[in-house]
Design a protein around this ligand. Structure first.
Ligand SMILES: [Zn+2]
Ligand SMILES: [Zn+2]
Length: 156
């Protein structure tokens, strides 16, 4: 799930998941257009909102990773990075095989979809395939479920 980085009074950045039609950065709104593969995010608002320094002149922009959004005194960042979460495997038209153990993943069983490469892995007591190693089988995504985000605005 994509998220926003909001600056708190303490001057530290904290992540927030954009929800529904709530204004992402007043008066602009961030809307989600989901497809089966990935989420597409669209920012809708007046030109007083700036994206990476440019006015939002067309009134609508598709968000990219690490875009900076500014309006008046607010400044937030948009990040498409997601954290790994355990969820029931939704099933698929073709059989889906776990890249770690090579066994099929049954619909409804606990699994983790790699937030980076989108490949599903088992994640149950019997088959802890996702957390079996420090990284995803197919990419460099760290597997700890409490690792936190790899990128924050502090990195700038
Ligand atoms: Zn497996
Ligand atoms: Zn991966």
């Amino acid at each position: 799930m994509a998220h926003l980085w909001l600056r708190e009074a303490s001057d530290s950045w904290s992540p927030a998941v954009p929800a529904g039609d709530t204004p992402a950065i007043h008066p602009a709104r961030l809307l989600r257009r989901s497809t089966s593969q990935r989420d597409v995010w669209v920012l809708v608002g007046p030109p007083c909102v700036r994206v990476n320094g440019d006015p939002l002149d067309t009134g609508i922009r598709v968000r990219r990773d690490r875009d900076e959004l500014r309006a008046a005194t607010s400044r937030i960042f948009f990040s498409v990075e997601s954290l790994p979460v355990i969820e029931p495997f939704p099933g698929s038209a073709q059989p889906t095989f776990c890249p770690r153990c090579k066994l099929e993943i049954a619909a409804g069983t606990p699994a983790v979809r790699c937030p980076q490469c989108s490949v599903w892995h088992h994640q149950s007591d019997e088959l802890p395939c996702w957390t079996y190693a420090g990284c995803c089988t197919l990419c460099d995504q760290p597997t700890p479920l409490d690792a936190g985000f790899r990128w924050t605005p502090e990195d700038l």
